[in-house]
Design a binder for this molecule. Sequence first.
Ligand code: S3P
Length: 419
Amino acid sequence: MKVAGVVRVPGDKSISHRALMLAALAQGTSRVREILPSADVQSTAAVLRALGVRIPPLSPDMTIVADGPGALRAPTQDLDCGNSGTTTRLMAGIVAARPFAARFVGDASLSRRPMQRIARPLEAMGARFTFERGDGLPMVVHGAQLKPIRWTTETASAQVKSAILLAGTAAGVPVTVTEPARSRDHTERMLAALGATVEVLGTMVRLEPPERLAPLDMTVPADPSSAAFIAALAVLARDGGVTLPDVCLNPTRIGFFRALQHMGARLEIQPGPKQGGEDVGIIFAWPSDLAAITVRAGDVPAIIDELPLLACVASRATGATHIRGAAELRVKESDRIAAVVANLRALGVEVEEHPDGMTITGSDAPLRGTVHTHGDHRLAMAFGVLAALPGNEIEIDDTACVSVSYPGFWTDLRGVIVA
Ligand code: S3P
């Protein structure tokens, strides 16, 4: 198979959510270009609208006029977060700082995901949470006048860290968060660009919010988590190469590309000028012979969303790839350890499941069978890459779920295959 082409994958999902939320917390007119118009980001837009913020339809060049956190109003309906953990956890932080209650709901997958991890710090700041069953949605956030906090998280999670940072921003109180390892840092970078005082010391971040958050003017870079699928297809191809311009090269996000390089992939990362506080550049990827690697706990935060894809790529490498210290995968859109292991096994790959990861033995035997995505967008795309390789006969039970993060995925994937 030969690949060719230049693909500007859609805007970064994490940054797109934050752009809408920070524009809503700012005072004045924000301008956001190249926002990701995917289902998850639509959930954030809908939740903000339900809180009285005038978010126009998502478009490649949008203007948002807002009047700060004080303008957020009690919703008259449930806040439907769809499939989006980022919407739920970050918006809970914002709502916690307002003097009203809001009920968060989501789809079946989101309703199973743990929310105590945000409830605990936000309750320590003065908000109150009620759960209808266990740890998941539906969840009612009763907002309050919040107090400053110093919080240490048990797992590296940008969603937990960001919930606290946004609560501090919306309440106008300083907050400090210490994590066991550094999670993606878009929230702190964006807040610093809008006038907040942000100090970072190792895995600790301290935020002193400004009295008024300045409006935002930014172009959302291409999502490295989406670029990863196209790069993976290119390294698994026989001939040609692909170019992925404008990709966010934030070091907390590009663990997958570093892992591919360790596997021996011919991959070049060419940094360009910074955009809106983020490193942005071009990734070139060419067909390669890949060798197995070991991914350990310290590597995990920067590759967390790409581990299902790495497992699929590892099934085509020489040797046994070990993924460990990644128990967080069990509480993503699906149990991504159980689901990846079951699907690889169903296709004929030798794979061993661990409580915190898996071991995948690579081969070049053709893969045949049906993949059950459990509606998880990243599983559909990771196995979609294997399905595109000649010799494999793979059915994917749900191809539509890619709309959560990358609506044009199948067109872009097919578009780079030239022969
Ligand atoms: C995200 C953080 C990560 C990631 C998710 C997006 C974010 O989750 O898996 O896809 O935008 O903050 P955790 O914070 O739970 O690790």
